[in-house]
Design a protein around this ligand. Structure first.
Ligand SMILES: [Zn+2]
Ligand SMILES: [Zn+2]
Length: 368
């Protein structure tokens, strides 16, 4: 039995209606199709029905829409589209974060010396080469780390910028993380430079600890209180949890503690996505072509009430009928499943088999 992903995706779009993004007539859409190279861009729809008939007919492998609003979103030339503004968007991707579970599911192999191993490495620990073949997977622990990052980000945007969570929504990307979308008329006008400042701020960049400390009798103390606004108060709250910060400290030690607090409180976003005012981003409600999972739209309140496991369970969109799957190097932990023992073949629900086949080298042998 060869895996017919197109048929599975087709059946998904036949059974489901994808909710249109706000101001759909001002958005550009882009798709990549199965068995076809490149991206089909500069597509526009006047309403949700048009968009859904397109999805049912074309069955895209990946579906995106513009965070920007345009007067003519279908114009082929970016300069002729007439940029009217763009949602403020943040991207959190565990690809860049060394989560503790990576030793349980990610593998690498050096193209130069042939060394191989588990986990996330920058370069080959044997020969130092950066030419590595990697196989990466995602599990509920990865998503849990990404979820924490999003909730930190929401707090910073809410407390320091007064952005209401009613103007935000979160999308599980269907793969390795989340997008946070802010739809607000004033913020939509921000240019690239202003968005860079915002991105730097939530990442806690450029904080100079010397401006946060003051000389006391025998050493240095932190200058601000937990209810002070912005990073001043945020750092104060975290320092209160550290016993050593209660006393007067040597300047270097207090500086180090402050930077540790910043590292703990910062939102680990990909700043390139936030700065891009013409970004194409995954369309919630569609399927991710590398996982078969649904791009899942959530309110901030919904995300707060769910754990990572329930996010993944809710993103499962393909059937769960049991199938036999064969693979050489099984991850020990993947999505919501754990495989502590070695095996050549396993019986798994179809949606998991599809993920293992799309993202790796699993072969689906047939029904169990
Ligand atoms: Zn090597
Ligand atoms: Zn993981």
């Amino acid at each position: 039995m060869s895996l017919d992903v197109v048929k599975l995706f087709k059946s998904y779009y036949a059974r489901n209606t994808v909710p249109p993004p706000s101001s759909i007539e001002r958005r550009e859409f882009a798709f990549s199709l199965f068995n076809s190279q490149g991206m089909f861009r500069h597509i526009a729809f006047s309403n949700g029905e048009e968009m859904n008939s397109f999805l049912r007919e074309k069955v895209p492998q990946h579906a995106y829409y513009s965070t920007a609003y345009y007067s003519d979103p279908a114009a082929q030339d970016m300069d002729e589209k007439g940029w009217l503004g763009a949602d403020l968007v943040f991207d959190i991707d565990v690809d860049h974060i060394n989560t503790p579970c990576k030793v349980l599911h990610d593998t690498w192999r050096c193209r130069d010396c042939g060394a191989e191993g588990w986990g996330m490495v920058e370069k080959c620990p044997s020969c130092g080469s950066e030419r590595l073949d990697r196989q990466t997977w995602v599990c509920d622990q990865c998503i849990s780390v990404a979820r924490e990052e999003i909730l930190k980000l929401v707090d910073i945007l809410e407390e320091d910028f007064g952005i209401s969570r009613d103007e935000m929504y979160v999308a599980f990307s269907g793969h390795r993380g989340f997008h946070l979308h802010v739809e607000n008329k004033l913020l939509a006008e921000l240019d690239q430079e202003a968005r860079r400042e915002l991105a730097d701020y939530v990442r806690g960049l450029g904080i100079d600890p010397d401006l946060y400390i003051v000389k006391a009798r025998r050493g240095y103390v932190y200058r601000f209180k937990p209810d002070d606004p912005g990073w001043r108060g945020r750092i104060a709250k975290l320092l209160m949890l550290r016993e050593e910060a209660g006393a007067e400290l040597a300047r270097e030690e207090l500086r180090r503690l402050i930077l540790e607090c910043v590292a703990e409180a910062r939102a680990n976003i990909d700043e390139k996505v936030t700065m891009d005012v013409k970004r194409l981003i995954r369309l919630p409600g569609t399927l991710h072509g590398k996982t078969g999972l649904k791009v899942l739209k959530l309110t901030v309140q919904q995300l707060e009430a769910m754990d990572a496991r329930s996010v993944l369970e809710k993103a499962i969109a393909l059937p769960d009928e049991p199938v036999r799957v064969e693979m050489e190097k099984w991850p020990k932990r993947v999505l919501t499943s754990v495989f502590p023992d070695e095996a050549d073949e396993r019986t798994l629900p179809l949606y998991l088999a599809v993920y293992l086949a799309l993202n790796g080298k699993a072969r689906i042998l047939g029904p169990a």
